[in-house]
Design a protein around this ligand. Sequence first.
Ligand code: RIB
Ligand code: CA
Length: 314
Amino acid sequence: MTARKIIIDTDPGQDDAVAILLALASPEDLEVLGITCVAGNVPLELTTRNARIVCELAGFPQTKVFAGCDRPLGRNLVTAEHVHGKTGLDGPTLPEPTMPLQDGHAVDFLIDTLRREPAGSVTLCPLGPLTNIATALEKAPDIAPRIREIVLMGGAYFEVGNITPTAEFNIYVDPEAAKIVFGAGVPLVVLPLDCTHKALVTTPRNDAFRALGTRVGTAVAQMTDFFERFDLAKYGSEGAPLHDPCVTAYLIAPHLFSGRHINVEIETESTLCRGMTVADWWGVTDRAPNALFIGDLDADHFFALLTERLGRLS
Ligand code: RIB
Ligand code: CA
């Protein structure tokens, strides 16, 4: 089976980093055409730095990394240093990147790639605010039918919010962008907090990363050691939720995930509920389904897959 062509849109972020590592470690499943960076967890200059650090950590300095939008479509940028640290990649001490940032804007890379590659052959994997994706769709509406699928981390229903009582961070930061993406008519798979909060890096699971005895395994364990503080304090959970790797793992092993094809709308008008994903999980409206909304995963097999694949790197 040929590897699936993907573009990862990201705001690294320790969990984004693990998602990127998993993708790069899985060439039989995924062909990473490029990585587009967006402002989110930390400002754009740091997300472009961090994405390149991760590519070099993985041993893939040839990966094309692009800078994208440095702020949401119509809102002030909200960042998450309280979760990810001031660099966005706190935890391990990793060298500054030496690989170049590609010329050109990430949005133009998205558009050009979707126009060049055969229609229906490229999957977009947003791991942060949807600003780049929405901007590309607005600038070049012709790309929408050319996108095979958008598989994104964002939103929540039963888990409600992590940045406000009602909203998940990626959607909250740029709700207008999310509204555009969820309304574009592109096949959509959503990995919300309902799923990712079940992908907890417990101590034994993090010890398994460390036990790989590699630079990657050690770095991932150190990222998690840092990243988990927020969730342990807030939720009293057994470990950090590995949000973004659920996206790349879904592409590699969709059988580990389950959900429902439902309607999901984005709240953009309310101040109180800004960025809420209004998910019709129980089918109480006549709104047309527009997303496969993932509610559960086989966490043990997810971590087994992740650990095995990370073990392939350096
Ligand atoms: O709410 C979790 C999401 O917000 C993850 O993608 C994390 O990296 C941040 O971007
Ligand atoms: Ca992210």
